[in-house]
Design a binder for this molecule. Structure first.
Ligand code: NAP
Length: 245
């Protein structure tokens, strides 16, 4: 089934949105070649899996799908079972932000694990590519040239998604933060240096240029995990946003 923004206009809410990322001690999320690295250890792996299991949906950008080919499933069978016992599907809904419908049909996100998948595309996506993906995922068309994230979030909320976990990458994170659509950020800082001017960081995009534009955060907690540190931040609002917590 294909959804459009107009289907969601009657709701005035978006999900609670949190970003989870892991970076090196020098603030990089992968190598300059954009190759995925293991930045954290088993304790953090469990924490991320538990966050996934607590979410209604997991969102990533197409850049992350093409670079890392993640499945974004809940890895622990016990957590999947707990979700099912409480009337939820085994895995949260998996959402790819992909203006041109470039998600490969053989990608893990579309093939590994059970559950609903949504590919959010813009009006620029061509019908053949939408059709190709339509067998494996629901397509949501929102946005003219790129995916309109605000509209997408309202649309997801109208579909019952109240808690949304974002797992990267930096381009998607920037857009969400810039538009005031993020409530919390979890950043795990690992014990290694990656280096490289062009190695991606947790937030990319054009960035803020004036000091008065900067997004302010409040520290919620800080904890030692594996060989690194986990920081949890609340994003202080810049915009009047209504969230349904
Ligand atoms: N360490 C970690 O925790 C972690 C987690 C995730 C990813 N990563 C790394 O991050 C890198 C990938 O990040 P990335 O920044 O290249 O890609 P990304 O943020 O995953 O995806 C960005 C893409 O999403 C699409 N998009 C559509 N509408 C958008 C909108 N409104 N705003 C923003 N993006 C929109 C754009 O492509 P189209 O225009 O084609 O749609 C854009 O290029 C990889 O190296 C990966 O390994 C690291």
């Amino acid at each position: 089934m294909n959804w459009t923004y107009s289907d969601a206009m009657n709701t005035n809410k978006r999900p609670f949105v949190f970003i989870n990322m892991a970076m090196s001690a020098d603030g990089k999320v992968s190598t300059a070649r954009r190759e995925q690295l293991r930045i954290s250890g088993t304790e953090d792996f469990e924490r991320v899996d538990s966050l996934r299991a607590s979410s209604d949906a997991i969102m990533v950008g197409i850049g992350t799908v093409l670079a890392d080919n993640p499945s974004l499933t809940v890895k622990s069978s016990k957590r999947r079972e707990e979700r099912v016992n409480s009337g939820l599907p085994e895995n949260p809904v998996r959402v790819v932000v992909d203006s041109l419908a470039r998600t490969p049909t053989d990608s893990d996100i579309l093939n590994v694990g059970t559950g609903r998948r949504i590919i959010a595309v813009s009006e620029q996506a061509i019908v053949e590519d939408i059709g190709r993906l339509g067998d494996k995922a629901e397509i949501m068309v929102c946005g003219k040239h790129e995916v309109d994230l605000e509209k997408l979030l309202y649309l997801l909320r109208s579909q019952g998604i109240k808690r949304l976990m974002v797992e990267g990458g930096g381009t998607l994170n920037w857009s969400l933060l810039y538009h005031g659509l993020v409530d919390e950020i979890y950043i795990y800082i690992g014990n290694m240096i990656i280096g490289g001017d062009s190695a991606p960081t947790p937030v990319g995009g054009t960035g803020f240029v004036r000091p008065d534009e900067l997004l302010q955060l409040a520290l919620i907690s800080m904890e030692e995990l594996d060989e690194g540190v986990l920081l949890r931040w609340r994003v202080l609002p810049k915009y009047n946003e209504t969230t349904d917590l």
